[in-house]
Design a protein around this ligand. Structure first.
Ligand SMILES: *[C@@H]1O[C@H](CO)[C@@H](O)[C@H](O)[C@H]1NC(C)=O
Length: 223
């Protein structure tokens, strides 16, 4: 008798494996990286004040599903920072920002992690594929801003997802900018800090969804 290998993809199929609305939860039970370095500040491009309070920012945007876990580390104590507001905004698969889509705010859980459900961002007219983030000193949207940053991905991942026609990434009409040619990428990766999101797959491969994780080091006493 012969056994044949059946992959998870064959069993469940791509369609069934792509969740559109996932229940809110923290993908990681604890922060992955406690390297206690402050994250560099970069310009706050394409920002809209006080985005909707929600962790699922996808709205109607097509793209590769991405669970984005942002761990906030207090560099004055080198401990996770719970209950502070994290705002995020990202371009869609075609590299364009919208008035409300792919924008939202949520607070860090007791483990210091804020989790968003979004899509993998396209490259824009001004930069490499990225997501903007802003961190406040408390859970209030009127509290002071302690960090403005951008999160990036590796060029090879940007390249391969950029060819993904099923989710519309191939309809991006901007001229692609590689990480090292984006001055914000260079500024965001300085002083021993890496702003490249660590990637895992939700299922067998990236088209079925990605989990991104990054630790952001902030000084909550600074405004
Ligand atoms: C941990 O964070 C530091 C500072 O940002 C970074 O240089 C390093 O690549 C990170 N390592 C991992 C495994 O996430």
């Amino acid at each position: 008798m012969r056994f044949s290998f059946i992959s998870l993809t064959a069993l469940y199929g791509v369609v069934a494996a792509v969740p559109t609305k996932l229940p809110k939860r923290s993908f990681y039970p604890e922060m992955l990286n406690l390297t206690c370095v402050i994250s560099p500040e970069v310009p706050r491009n394409d920002y809209v004040v006080n985005p909707p309070a929600r962790s699922d920012v996808t709205e109607n945007q097509d793209g590769v599903t991405m669970i984005l876990d942002i761990g906030v580390l207090d560099v004055t104590t080198c401990q996770p920072l719970p209950n502070v507001m994290v705002e995020m905004w990202g371009p869609n698969a075609q590299g364009n920002f919208g008035p409300t889509f792919l924008r939202g705010s949520t607070t860090t859980e007791s483990n210091g992690i804020a989790e968003f459900q979004t899509i993998f961002p396209g490259y824009t007219s001004e930069g490499a594929n990225h997501i903007g983030i802003l961190i406040r000193s408390t859970s209030s949207e009127s509290s002071g801003v302690v960090h403005v940053g951008q999160l990036f991905f590796t060029d090879p991942l940007n390249e391969i997802i950029g060819k993904y026609a099923l989710a519309g990434y191939d309809r991006n009409e901007h001229t692609r900018i590689l990480n090292d040619d984006d001055p914000t990428f260079v500024a965001a990766n300085s002083n021993g800090y890496s702003s490249i999101v660590h990637i895992n797959y939700l299922h067998d491969d990236w088209p079925q969804g990605i989990v991104g994780y990054i630790t952001v080091g902030v000084d909550p006493t600074k405004n």
